[in-house]
Design a binder for this molecule. Structure first.
Ligand SMILES: NC(=O)c1ccc[n+]([C@@H]2O[C@H](COP(=O)([O-])OP(=O)(O)OC[C@H]3O[C@@H](n4cnc5c(N)ncnc54)[C@H](OP(=O)(O)O)[C@@H]3O)[C@@H](O)[C@H]2O)c1
Length: 264
């Protein structure tokens, strides 16, 4: 068997970071060489009662081959700069990126392989394909995207809702920027034909729910996905890290990974 890939987890103390570290503990394909956080639990062992891996803000002297980032825009920005400078492949699921960070990410793909996904679940990857097809097949129907997440999520609409909006816009050959309606309040007037609407719920411990309604006269198609356990995202990100390490620099995506695997 080949030697394990050296991997760093960025955002290690967070909900996703913990889910990743729990799965990686029993995954012989990887050696976790860094569990990076910025402020909390620094110096504490990652796995209770086990010496060795501790939460840290320092990258290791010997560069990992791949990093998985689920932190936040600041964490991603710092990780991106480090990975680019040290030739480390980067998988990131962080959402809520502003334009400057999106530009930095795009620039880094000249030097390192980067795989970014707003949602690492296989079910959502399939949902995106179905939404694109429904939007194309029912071009005159109204289309809205509804999403719900836990009460600590800081960005809205979710990255996944935006990706579903992109899929719908692609199915209709329009730009999401021109079609999106992110909020409705007051006297909005009738719905603008061809618009893609978003509705957001935040509360409790909801892991992630997305619905796409395609609404006609007297009938409606609903395409739904419910995540009940965040390990689905962690599993997808770990598969992506394994797939990405050693690839050419560039912007890789989960659809390419899935298509390649389905062809096998
Ligand atoms: N793509 C997907 O499939 C998917 C799925 C779930 C979540 N997400 C996204 O992933 C991100 C994290 O979600 P979460 O629920 O795990 O958040 P969380 O529980 O708030 O965790 C965030 C983590 O990032 C760390 N962090 C913040 N700034 C950092 C920095 N500069 N350097 C290193 N670490 C830093 C925090 O550590 P400190 O407390 O020490 O600062 C914390 O461990 C969010 O953007 C979320 O939307 C994506």
């Amino acid at each position: 068997m080949s030697r394990p890939l050296r991997l760093a987890v960025v955002g290690a103390t967070g909900r996703m970071g913990r889910a990743l570290l729990d799965l990686l503990k029993d995954d012989a394909r990887f050696e976790v060489v860094a569990a990076l956080a910025s402020s909390s639990r620094l110096g504490e062992p990652v796995h209770a009662g086990e010496e060795g891996l501790r939460y840290t803000r320092e990258w290791p002297a010997v560069a990992p081959e791949v990093a998985i980032d689920f932190s936040g825009p600041a964490g991603l920005g710092a990780a991106l700069a480090h990975c680019r400078a040290h030739g480390i492949a980067l998988v990131t699921g962080t959402t809520g990126l502003d334009q400057a960070l999106q530009d930095q990410l795009a620039a880094a793909t000249h030097d390192i392989p980067v795989l970014r996904a707003a949602n690492f679940s296989l079910g959502v990857a399939v949902l995106r394909r179905l939404v694109r097809e429904a939007a194309a097949a029912l071009p005159d129907w109204d289309l809205d995207i509804l999403e719900a997440h836990h009460n600590r999520k800081v960005d809205a609409p979710s990255g996944t809702a935006l990706a579903l909006g992109e899929a719908a816009a692609a199915g209709r050959n329009v730009s999401l920027n021109d079609s999106a309606v992110y909020a409705r309040e007051g006297t909005t007037g009738p719905r603008e034909h061809g618009s893609i609407g978003f509705a957001v719920v935040r509360g409790g411990d909801i892991v992630g729910e997305h619905e796409v309604w395609v609404i006609g006269q007297g009938e409606r198609v609903e395409l739904n996905h419910r995540a009940t356990d965040r390990s689905i995202f962690a599993r997808g990100a770990i598969e992506a890290a394994h797939w990405l390490a050693g690839r050419q620099p560039g912007a890789w995506d989960i659809d390419t990974m899935l298509s390649e695997r389905l062809r096998r």
